[in-house]
Every structure is written in C-alpha cells, then in structure tokens.
Design a protein around this ligand. Structure first.
Ligand code: 5GP
Ligand code: ZN
Length: 113
C-alpha cells in the first residue's frame, strides 16, 4: 500500500535493521526501542490492524507466532519475553499496518496498561 512505512520496509524501499525475512513476513528492530530487544514482526501483505484478521488472512499471523520463538532464541531471549499488539485508536496503534512487538532482554514490568 502506498504511503505505508511497513509496506516500504517489507518491500525494501525503506531501510531497516532486519533480523528475519521470508516470503511472507519480515522482522526488524524498532526505531525507538522500549526494551534492550524490541523487534517488530510484520506481514508483507498489508493488513491494517488486528481487527482485520480474518479466516482468509490469518495464516500469516500463525506464521508470525511460529517464527517468534526461533527469532527470540537467536536474539538470546532465554528468560522469556512479551508479545504486544496495539490495535486501533484505543490501543494506541500508530502505524496502521499489522505488527507484533517482541520485547525482552530485561525484566519487564508487570502492568498491561
Ligand atoms: P504501534 O504504536 O503502532 O504499536 O507501534 C509502531 C512502532 O513502529 C513504534 O514502536 C515505532 O517506534 C515503530 N516505527 C515507526 N516507524 C518506524 C520505522 O520507520 N522504522 C522502524 N524500524 N520502526 C518504526
Ligand atoms: Zn502496509
């Protein structure tokens, strides 16, 4: 999709520090990390948010969740991590292309909000 930063990163037209890529997804370091490890997992297909996951496009979400443990191990997250998805206005989603934050590398705080 035009003017979508994560579509640009997925296509390679916008630079990023990639840690994983295949034909369906890409994972790269967040520009503004909130933890020692902060990686974003993004489908290459433009899906605007978690609210638009359907039976027709959910395979890529399963693929992301199958890939996260492999990448987490490569990044040394042996003591656990957090996966976060912000959806829509109340969820404070700022980039309108579905993504999952992988956060770790330290003891994270317990609060969800
Ligand atoms: P959201 O608030 O939508 O859940 O998260 C968007 C995330 O994308 C933020 O953590 C922000 O730092 C990150 N981000 C925004 N623009 C870019 C970019 O151009 N490159 C990278 N690597 N991360 C970005
Ligand atoms: Zn997009």
């Amino acid at each position: 999709m035009d003017n979508c930063v994560f579509c640009g990163i997925a296509a390679g037209t916008i630079p990023s520090k990639k840690v994983y890529e295949d034909d369906k997804i890409v994972a790269f370091h967040d520009l503004n990390p909130q933890a020692p490890v902060h990686v974003l997992f993004v489908p290459k297909q433009h899906i605007c948010c978690a609210d638009k996951i359907t039976e027709d496009n959910c395979d890529v979400v399963a693929h992301i969740f199958c890939t996260i443990p492999k990448v987490a191990a490569e990044l040394g997250l042996t003591d656990g991590y957090r996966i976060v998805n912000n959806c829509g206005e109340h969820g404070c989603q700022t980039v309108k292309h579905l993504h999952f934050h992988l956060l770790g590398g330290t003891q994270l705080r317990g609060s969800m909000v």
